[in-house]
Design a protein around this ligand. Sequence first.
Ligand code: FAD
Ligand code: UDP
Length: 400
Amino acid sequence: MFDYMIVGAGFAGSVLAERLARGSGKQVLLVDRRPHIGGNAYDHYDDAGILVHKYGPHIFHTNSREVFEYLSGFTKWRPYEHRVRASVDGQLVPIPINLDTINQLYGLKLNSMEVESFFASVAEPRESVRTSEDVVVSRVGRELYEKFFRGYTRKQWGLDPSQLDAMVTARVPVRTNRDDRYFSDTYQAMPLKGYTRMFENMLDHDNIKILLNTDYHEIEGVIPYERMIFTGPVDEFFDFRYGRLPYRSLEFQFETINQEWVQPVAVVNYPNQHLYTRSTEFKHLTGQEHAKTSLVYEYPKAEGDPYYPVPRPENAELYKRYQTLAEERPDVHFVGRLATYKYYNMDQVVAQALSVYARIVGQKRAEATRATLIAPRKDRRQQRVVLTETQAVVLERKGA
Ligand code: FAD
Ligand code: UDP
């Protein structure tokens, strides 16, 4: 009998599996319908031997010391500050928009104070900043909004920025200095040997059994458990009772090129060209040395694997109805980006999972996060698929 069945081996599910097993000695069954652990943060070596992120570029950044220290228990880090260029008017310019962006774009030599006045002169005041259009137009005016944000957002979301909550474009700041980092968080780093290796270390515990290639429906009634942690799409859990929650999907197109480098920085955004939003050259992120280089291009889609909740008022309303259903299920904890329908970064999902764990064990989060009941085993890393007997039952049930 398992104490917990955890559905989904991404950050939400893996943090909870780790904490419940290592912190509380619980017996955990971790199930994922994909053939790998790590959820959307999964990385692997491609045919050329280059480390790539299967579900698009994942850059770790956080202001939470607690989250950073927690993950540091499972990986060493490679210091990395993310930089992005936008292809606009035939140039590659820094995004977030900063002093250099304006000077480069308009052939000016403004200083920080002058660029602030420039923004003030083009900004369109808004009484209330409600939408993703308001955020940008009220800060840098319509022209820069159209050059950098309108096209990209329409492509990425299939919606105009005026139809999206302010928080979407507010993720990207505007700067008057020359700081061209994409994030300004205190901690910015990549797991030294990749995300998958970090997940393997997290899940390396005798109390954690992992079952991949398996939808949890396939083992319900076959494998007994006390409680469930669910990290998949919340509307799917309730059989779409109130209709589908919109999630935005992507198609990833990978390419390996027979030269050492292609781009000046890890990511180039294309607000007004191409059907893809951005291209990512992985070696910039991972620090890997290789004579060839691999890139990924992201093509947004309405259908397909759910990747992004879509932040807008009517979706929040619909989610609230599912949240009410979720609250009526004290036997199930809903955690993560899909299960709580929140546009969360990895660190926010880790923080959310640590909070759920603290609630389960009735401790303060800092205390619950640090507690280790059973020392990790250092001599054995791989524990990928261990549930052979159960799997046999499942396969039999599937008629395989
Ligand atoms: P997921 O990783 O989605 O895991 C959920 C898992 O549940 C999946 O593996 C799924 O297969 C499984 N599952 C669902 N239903 C079932 C079922 N019925 N049975 C069995 N298994 C099931 N964050 C950052 O901090 N920095 C970044 O640079 C960054 N870049 C991103 C780029 C892209 C293109 C995307 C899509 C996201 C990015 N993120 C980034 C966000 C990050 O991916 C998420 O915050 C994080 O991975 C969410 O973890 P999760 O565990 O909630 O969900
Ligand atoms: N965005 C944009 N132009 C850009 C970069 C971002 O319009 O060059 C908008 C777009 O709506 C995007 C949002 O800002 O979806 C958030 O960008 P971020 O890079 O954080 O997106 P993510 O990495 O989560 O896909």
